[in-house]
Design a protein around this ligand. Sequence first.
Ligand code: UDX
Length: 449
Amino acid sequence: MAVISDHWPDIDVTLVDIDKEKIDAWNDRNLSNLPIYEPGLQEVVARNRDKNLFFSTNIKKGIKEADMIFISVNTPTKVSGLGAGYASDLKWVESSARLVAKYSEGYTIIVEKSTVPVKTAELIKEILTECQKDFDSINKNFSVLSSPEFLAEGTAIKDLENPDRVLIGGEDDKSINELKKIYKKWIPEEKILLTNIWSSELSKLIANAFLAQRVSSINSITALCEVTGAEIDEVVRSIGSDKRIGQKFLSPSPGFGGSCFKKDILNLVYLCRFYGLDKVADYWEQVMNINNWQKDRISTLIVHSFFGTLTNKKIVILGFAFKSNTNDIRESPAITIARNLIANGAHIVVNDPKVSKKQIEKELLLKEFEKDIISGGKWNFECDIFSGSKDADAILIITEWEEYTKLNWQKITKLMRKPTWIFDSRKIIPKEKLKKLNINFWQIGTSEN
Ligand code: UDX
């Protein structure tokens, strides 16, 4: 939305949310307090805020004055009821639609931006039509479009400025053209794809499922390389040079995380099962299974490196974000791995350049782990890698932050206890550097461990 305001000084863009704390943070004079860390975002907000970009908790006013409303709410995986653990929970989409039905005036275009299971536009339409009957409907009518967001965190502004494509799914030309006009200001027309509403909704799920599948595919091969003598880098270079395969999304990792991949795959699995396509559901579920397996495999090999117990072992985790250049830790592989290590008795020291202690505390649900604390496992946060590494037995790299590629390993490993272990689950440290230091080194996808 901030990018739209940047390109359209004549259009007022208002973001409304019930969460006052969030809105206050978006309005904070100190731009480093914005709730999301994203390269380039502060600059866009600074340029437009309070000119044609506004953040407000006044939902009624926001909806009433809007000609076009983007629904960009959370659609988490359902935790109970029908489809629990797989299907997306649409309660926020539904309540947003009800608010739109209640407060909107005149002709309003509703654009569904959240990642939603197919046929959500239908739900929105139904709510709008039904609710209209309850309100003074003389002056209300709606068009519903689907325009899913393909930006990746960490490169969001770049992706929005120069997308591979944008999708507009819809039925009536008038609303489609209104939205197209907005995008056309900075996106070439050939990149604006018009589809029917279901294709648009489904395409978002499928794009994420295909990307996640690539990550799981390459991660499954890391394990094969480690036992057979092949090098994952060499395999990636070789297969990626085939134009049909391509270089992107082949970096080995401790597993994919983030707010979308898991949720979308589970949703796809649910959809397939719903339509009786069990074999298709099993196929996509395997992408999730490999992802979970990779996280467990890494935790287990660390425990094995210390002969089956981590009691009294201090392990430094470098990186808690699900990838670099973001402070987002949703579904980060660090969560599962840290929990596994704590459960095995380790004392975990976490460092991350952008993630706060409070965020980590919430994810590790420390209370649940009190029994592990009693058996020796605990964790703390450390901003300074050097003091964190003092007397540590191991360092585990989970996030590929650039600053971790430039660390002085000689200095760090001197501070650690012997036998010293470094585990590099992102393959970001040059092997040669560590070989000279006379320490134990494990790196993903290489047989020289
Ligand atoms: C993803 C999609 O890329 C984006 O189009 C969609 O709109 C939202 O979901 P995002 O979750 O921000 O974006 O991150 P992405 O860059 O796709 O990475 C997802 C996960 O896969 C991260 O944990 C990342 O570390 C991992 N990954 C990615 C790998 O392990 N290897 C790779 O080669 C690429």
